[in-house]
Design a binder for this molecule. Structure first.
Ligand code: HEM
Ligand code: SF4
Length: 553
């Protein structure tokens, strides 16, 4: 894993000292809120419904145990003892006091973390596959490239004031776990013969105008990646719309100019940039690859795992649901669910963070990951250690065996915290998780994603079932979308029809699920597969057939 250099540490120290002085000036009244706002946003500090909110980047979702422990300490010392992991591999603290934030940032800097560029019209935290470097299905670990992009984009003088925020996601696996097609730039590692390169996708995004990204180049060789991305950003910086905030994302530029025209402009810019490029990034990337070298995997018997799997049904269901195939056959990737039934999706208490840090230190080569699905991952665990890990997780309420099931819901903070929310998200997620608890294994693979407004932080457009909370004349109303998909077969869900009142949303989902259970060929056919085979009609019929108070919306 990448460790910060002296230069990085000095940079954070200076930056935090500047911000401390700005906070002091705000508290003394020397700065008005309007003057302070751009300064705080440059340091990830938002003002939300009830309090400030600090958004901290977890680059490409990778953490070590010291970093996780520090997050736990920060949440206890200066917040309410928990943190919220988001769909963008960030953690948000929802209750800091303004005067404490400089201390929080110093504490983060001690472990090489910060909140820079977690807000503003710049390149945001670069996200990646949460199984990177571990997964059996991977071409190569995308994180060295993600780190290169992070270094290149942080404080990049040309790209601090883009027309709008800019999100880059990268995957090294053909199975896309990074939602690359819903990002401003999505990068997928591909090989052509012996050459390593990238398929570059541009202009995806969710929010009020959801768009699936388009392939601008099917192969950019690795040595050209940085100048090519610089060419895209530079083109966007010149031609992206600045007259209207809602039309400022690159997806609108691609739609208005057309992909071919954008490609032509990017290619022209690239030709100039490529010629000027020194190639210094090649050496940096080589060093980064070394720092991301896989840990020394051990060879040891795995019988302990086999015995527990045979004899302990609770462990077996955890193993069947929460483990993924590791590149080393004696190892497994463990996904720890932050979705206990009835819990707030993505929240972890300080004790839970500490326990996960301890497990990573003791059994997991000191690595943790945060997924865009708001869970935590131990990427490298020897199978013989899994029974201990499972027991430890159970003691902390972290052993819920529901990864990929109906209760593994993504939900944004909605009206519980967010100043932009038009409806609640968290209670809807909690009620659905409770309502289907007994049936979730039978229901099988299912992605429900919930947002509390059109900004789509909860990725509802790419949920198999998406739920969007809106305000209709002061009353919460929930629109359902069907058939969305955030993977390599990405698709936007289509709106099913009129929305539902808050107390009708669980019954509506219940009708959908019952219809699916009736319609599926067999238990192997997932909801999304059945939806693709049958189309929306039978599902829409089920949603609206009972006349169950579908509010006209
Ligand atoms: C509570 C404070 C938050 C605020 C004020 C906020 C604000 C916004 C806004 C205004 C957009 C729309 C941007 C656009 O279309 O240009 C957006 C999009 C998004 N936000 Fe948030 N957000 C918040 C929290 C979160 C959280 C907690 C998550 C993850 C659970 C998240 C993840 C995202 C994602 C994935 C998008 C869609 C990106 C896209 O359009 O491509 N945000 N957010
Ligand atoms: S989707 Fe809306 S309500 Fe939810 S976090 Fe984003 S801005 Fe807030």
């Amino acid at each position: 894993m990448y460790t910060y250099s002296e230069f990085d540490h000095d940079f954070l120290k200076t930056r935090n000292a500047q911000f401390r002085a700005q906070v002091e000036r705000r508290i003394s009244g020397a700065l008005t809120e309007d003057e302070f706002k751009p300064l705080r946003l440059m340091n990830g500090l938002y003002l939300q419904l009830h309090a400030y909110m600090l958004r901290v980047a977890i680059p490409y979702g990778t953490l070590n145990s010291a970093q996780m422990r520090q997050l736990a300490d920060i949440s206890e010392r200066w917040d309410k003892g928990y943190g919220h992991f988001t769909t963008r591999q960030n953690i948000q603290f929802n209750w800091p006091r303004l005067r404490d934030v400089p201390d929080m940032l110093d504490a983060l800097a001690e472990v090489g973390m910060h909140a820079i560029q977690t807000s503003g019209n710049c390149v945001r935290n670069v996200t990646a596959d949460h199984f990177a470097g571990a997964s059996a299905d991977e071409i190569a670990d995308p994180r060295p490239v993600a780190e290169l992009l992070r270094q290149w984009s942080t404080d990049h003088p040309e790209f601090q004031f883009l027309p709008r925020k800019f999100k880059i996601a990268i995957t090294g696996s053909p199975n896309d776990r990074a939602v690359t097609r819903a990002h401003d730039i999505g990068l997928r590692m591909v090989r052509q013969g012996d050459a390593q390169g990238f398929e570059v996708i541009v202009g995806g995004g969710l929010g009020r105008t959801p768009v699936i990204g388009k392939v601008i180049s099917d192969f950019v060789p690795e040595q050209d990646l940085l100048p090519y991305i610089e060419a895209i950003l530079s083109t966007y910086n010149s031609f992206g719309r600045r007259d209207n905030k809602y039309k400022a994302r690159i997806k609108i530029m691609v739609n208005e100019l057309g992909l071919d025209e954008v490609r032509a402009r990017v290619d022209r810019r690239f030709a100039t940039l490529r010629a000027e490029w020194s190639g210094a990034d090649r050496a940096i990337l080589r060093d980064l690859r070394e720092s991301f070298a896989p840990p020394a995997f051990r060879t040891a018997p795995t019988e302990g795992y086999d015995v527990a799997y045979r004899h302990d049904p609770v462990f077996r269901s955890f193993a069947d649901t929460n483990l993924a195939a590791h590149r080393h056959p004696d190892y497994a990737i463990v996904t720890i669910s932050l979705k206990a039934h009835g819990a707030t999706p993505g929240d972890a208490t300080a004790e839970q963070m500490r326990l996960m840090a301890d497990l990573a230190a003791q059994y997991g080569h000191d690595e943790l990951r945060i997924s865009h699905e708001q869970n935590v991952i131990l990427p490298h665990v020897h199978k013989s250690d899994l029974p201990h890990i499972h027991a430890a997780l159970q003691s902390a309420g972290l052993a819920t065996a529901n990864i990929g099931l109906i209760s593994d819901i993504i939900a944004c903070p909605g009206m519980d915290y967010c100043a932009l929310a038009t409806a609640r998200s968290i209670p809807v997620a909690q009620e659905i998780a409770q309502a289907f608890r007994a049936r979730e294994l039978d229901i099988g693979a299912m992605k429900i994603k919930i947002s509390g407004c059109i900004n789509a932080c909860g990725h509802h457009h790419v949920g198999h079932i998406g739920i969007l909370g809106l305000d209709r004349a002061g009353v919460e109303n929930y629109q359902i979308t069907l058939g969305g998909d955030g993977t390599e077969t990405a698709a936007l869900g289509e709106r099913a029809g009129p929305g539902f009142a808050y107390d009708q949303i669980v019954p509506a989902i219940d009708r959908l699920i019952c219809a699916y259970l009736d319609l599926r060929v067999d238990a192997q056919e997932s909801f999304i597969a059945a939806f693709r085979r049958l189309g929306p009609k039978p599902f829409k019929d089920a949603l609206y057939q009972t006349g169950g108070r579908a509010d006209a919306a």
